[in-house]
Design a protein around this ligand. Structure first.
Ligand code: MN
Length: 497
């Protein structure tokens, strides 16, 4: 959404223009709730006053743009009010206490969760790690903190061109390594995609322009054919009398295309899901019906059917995917079939669960997120309680919690998940501390290997223990998980006394 029409020299005009953008977007709220949002808006304008951003725009544009994003998620009045006020305690003379007095504990809690720490207490880099720690804790108490944080970050990224190049790079990298994966884990594809695409030009300025031009050429060409295929699909479904709500054509986000070309060493035109048809229907039964019917009209590509309805992704994503060929045009494309609630979840993730339930009440975390996500969140917090240096802490957050995982099997066929690059020793410690400490040798798929050997997805691992074995300094270089490192360090410390 453009802000170019917002006045740059008259605060009153600017605030009226902004309110005109916000009001139509909060019509889903009851009138009383709209009133509260309006009160927060007025407070926010009075607090920031004539403050300007680096872009020369009034500061008040920033909280409003972030809040507009959250209205697309259908979030409640407290989230919107807190988002409007999120920079007030740090950047203005109005304190958190005053916000609490005027708006209550809940909104104050949300604002506090997003607010940066005062610079007096923590200097430089430590402040950043401390911020993250605090954010994760707040997030575990109320997920709405992270919705606001992501909306805040997204608007900052979209206006990143006004800050100095060094800061651009740092913020873009941090967003890509921390915020995009959080969005991914919480199933919020919208935030993940937008954040990644906003970071792209700052992280890879050398290839960005050309990549966009190259992709657009191919996407445009395929979109054209897809429009025809879409009409054809429309006809097939109505001829077969299968009710559906919507057929959308969609193009993949740029950064995710680029990542795919890098990971799989593909050229852009080798990516089938560059464009896709998305079919939204009423219930699960219809999803399968549609899949079956379309497979008789389009030629299914082998091994490309993915049933995420029966087996949702770890972040809760559900949909049917198939890749097919339209013989007439030769176009190979992906079809995604899902119900409308699955579709909301795919875009907005846990935030959609939030909006679906009773809007005004604080939600029980466990009822909204999957057990895997809950575990991940608990680990984030646990990690923050360790005495790491700033670098160690950030490395572990990135490595343990955000990196792609591999699954390794025990001889009894239990799957153990570990970050890519994990070793035998990481595996042993992950099973149990006692096994880690006494591990002497191991077998991968029946073959004897050393404790430092790296694991691959699907490896079957057997640990051989020896009573006389004990951890030594070298072991610290053989592990990459924080759990193993922590326990080895603990052992060494205890036994050095
Ligand atoms: Mn902000």
């Amino acid at each position: 959404m453009s802000t170019s029409h917002i006045s740059r020299d008259n605060l009153e005009t600017a605030s009226q223009q902004l309110w005109k953008m916000l009001l139509p977007k909060i019509q889903y709220l009851p009138k009383n709730d709209q009133k509260l949002v309006e009160t927060a808006f007025i407070q926010m304008v009075l607090a920031h006053k004539e403050m300007k951003r680096k872009s020369g725009e009034f500061y008040i544009i920033h909280p409003v743009m972030a809040t507009l994003t959250l209205t697309d998620f259908g979030l409640d009045k407290d989230t919107l009010a807190a988002c409007l006020l999120h920079d007030v305690p740090e950047d203005t003379s109005i304190t958190l206490k005053e916000i609490q007095k005027d708006f209550g504990t809940e909104i104050a809690f949300l604002v506090e969760g997003v607010t940066k720490l005062s610079q007096v207490k923590y200097q430089g880099q430590d402040r950043y790690a401390e911020n993250l720690r605090r954010m994760f804790v707040a997030m575990s108490q109320d997920l709405r903190v992270i919705f606001i944080k992501l909306a805040d970050r997204l608007h900052n990224l979209r206006t990143l061109k006004y800050v100095n190049p060094e800061k651009q790079k740092r913020i873009a990298l941090e967003s890509l390594e921390i915020y995009a994966p959080i969005a991914e884990k919480l199933g919020m594809a919208y935030f993940r995609g937008e954040i990644e695409d906003a970071c792209f030009p700052y992280l890879h300025p050398d290839i960005y322009q050309k990549f966009i031009i190259d992709s657009d050429l191919i996407i445009e060409k395929r979109q054209k054919i897809l429009t025809k295929v879409r009409k054809k699909t429309e006809k097939i479904l109505s001829e077969n009398q299968i009710e559906h709500l919507q057929i959308l054509g969609r193009a993949k986000k740029y950064f995710s295309i680029w990542k795919k070309t890098q990971n799989k060493n593909y050229e852009i035109d080798q990516i089938y899901d560059l464009v896709a048809l998305r079919i939204i229907t009423k219930d699960v039964e219809k999803c399968y019906q549609i899949l079956a019917v379309l497979h008789t009209y389009f030629e299914p590509i082998e091994n490309r059917v993915k049933d995420y309805i029966t087996r949702p992704k770890l972040n809760g994503y559900q949909s049917l995917h198939t890749t097919v060929k339209d013989v007439a045009s030769g176009l190979i494309f992906e079809i995604q079939i899902r119900t409308s609630s699955m579709n909301d979840f795919a875009e907005y993730g846990v935030a959609a669960h939030w909006a679906y339930k009773e809007k005004s009440k604080k939600q029980q975390l466990e009822s909204i997120i999957s057990p895997e996500t809950y575990k991940w969140l608990s680990e984030l917090i646990e990690l923050g309680q360790e005495n790491w240096t700033e670098d160690e802490y950030l490395n572990h957050v990135k490595l343990d919690l955000f990196q792609d995982r591999i699954f390794v099997m025990t001889p009894k066929n239990d799957a153990i998940d570990l970050p890519i690059g994990a070793t035998i020793l990481d595996f042993a410690y992950k099973i149990h501390r006692a096994i880690g400490e006494k591990a002497s040798m191991a077998k991968i798929n029946g073959e004897m290997v050393k404790l430092s050997s790296k694991l691959k997805n699907g490896d079957v691992v057997e640990i051989l223990t020896d009573k006389r074995q004990k951890p030594n300094d070298k072991w610290l270089q053989w592990v990459i998980t924080s759990q193993a490192a922590k326990q080895i360090r603990h052992f060494l410390k205890k036994n050095s006394k």
